[in-house]
Design a protein around this ligand. Structure first.
Ligand code: ATP
Ligand code: MN
Ligand code: MN
Length: 308
């Protein structure tokens, strides 16, 4: 796949051809967003979203009757799978039900048809299940944490990742927090990736115990930010860039630039309704350099600094 040049024009919506049944079904009833409206949204963002969802095992939050109905988090293929969705058996667990994956916009339309209102990919691809090409630190503010403190936390994660030789990017979660994400050249396997993110989160909690926690002790989280590193283990997922959230407001987990990270943009600021206008007005993909910025864990700046 081509990495968009930083002077690339806003991507053109791609034509969608997969036929939807019940296109008028309301997925976000209060916002008036239908199945067809969601399909149009994904056609709009597809060129930006594709690198983060194509060719990966996917977990899906499915809401067949929309966000107010029953929901289930689905990690495996199901009977009657939409033909545009593919199945990928886990090489480490071939007797288990396969995961689902998509290869193109038609696959994304299959997910829309299947009421997958949130798309949660692995941090590795089916070409290399054991070696992630993405690291993610998920910042989960407890109650009463001011938004500026979450921004400060993201900047601190950014600095620590830069110090480790990585090139971090940031996106809104579409929920309550921020996700700091760094591209990797697949090299280290899951246990090493997890250990790295664990030590990063624990160092933040040790250095600022009044601001951060690294483990999920809800009672201790009040007023603090959980630096959730547990997305970085085999079989775990995080919501994809440009995925919608099955929550009121139809927010979207949205890649932004570090310059955009200021109090005016909250975690659910970008939505199915306002994101197309942002993309149309945008001069460049805020994550244009994402893949080009990939380095293997442990082989970045620090090592170059030693003259290797
Ligand atoms: P927020 O900003 O509100 O925290 P988030 O997407 O980061 O939004 P989290 O609760 O921090 O939400 O992260 C949960 C992650 O765990 C999801 O991104 C998802 O990939 C994964 N997950 C695992 N099991 C489930 C489940 N049963 N339901 C929802 N998510 C699940
Ligand atoms: Mn989170
Ligand atoms: Mn979390």
């Amino acid at each position: 796949r081509e990495t968009p040049k930083s002077d690339a024009k806003a991507p053109k919506p791609q034509r969608r051809t997969v036929k939807l049944t019940h296109p008028d079904r309301l997925y976000w009833p209060d916002e008036g967003i239908t199945k067809e409206g969601l399909a149009d949204f994904y056609a709009d963002v597809w060129r930006l979203m594709a690198p983060y969802v194509v060719g990966r095992p996917l977990a899906l939050l499915r809401c067949p009757s929309g966000i107010k109905g029953e929901r289930f988090f689905q990690k495996h293929a199901w009977k009657g799978l939409n033909p545009n969705i593919v199945t990928v058996p886990d090489p480490a667990d071939p007797s288990e039900e396969p995961w689902v994956s998509i290869n193109d916009l038609d696959g994304m339309m299959g997910l829309v048809q299947s009421a997958a209102l949130e798309v949660h990919p692995w941090g590795s691809t089916v070409a290399d299940w054991e070696r992630p090409d993405i690291i993610i630190l998920d910042l989960d503010p407890g109650e009463d944490v001011p938004w500026q403190a979450v921004i400060d936390a993201a900047q601190e994660v950014r600095q620590r990742l830069v110090d480790a030789g990585l090139n971090p990017f940031v996106k809104t979660s579409g929920g309550k927090g921020l996700h700091v994400v760094a591209p990797l050249k697949p090299s280290s396997e899951w246990p090493e990736i997890k250990a790295f993110t664990k030590s990063l989160a624990e160092a933040m909690a040790a250095d600022s115990p009044d601001r951060f926690v690294a483990t999920i002790t809800k009672s201790k989280r009040h007023g603090k930010i959980l630096v959730d590193y547990l997305r970085n283990q085999r079989g775990q997922t995080a919501v994809a860039p440009y995925s919608t959230r099955a929550r009121p407001g139809a927010a979207v987990s949205t890649p932004i630039t570090w310059e955009e990270l200021e109090p005016g943009i909250g975690p659910a600021y970008f939505t199915v309704s306002n994101l197309p206008a942002r993309l149309a007005a945008m001069r460049a993909d805020p994550w244009a350099d994402f893949r080009a910025a990939a380095v293997p864990l442990g082989k970045g700046k620090k090592r170059r600094g030693k003259g290797t």
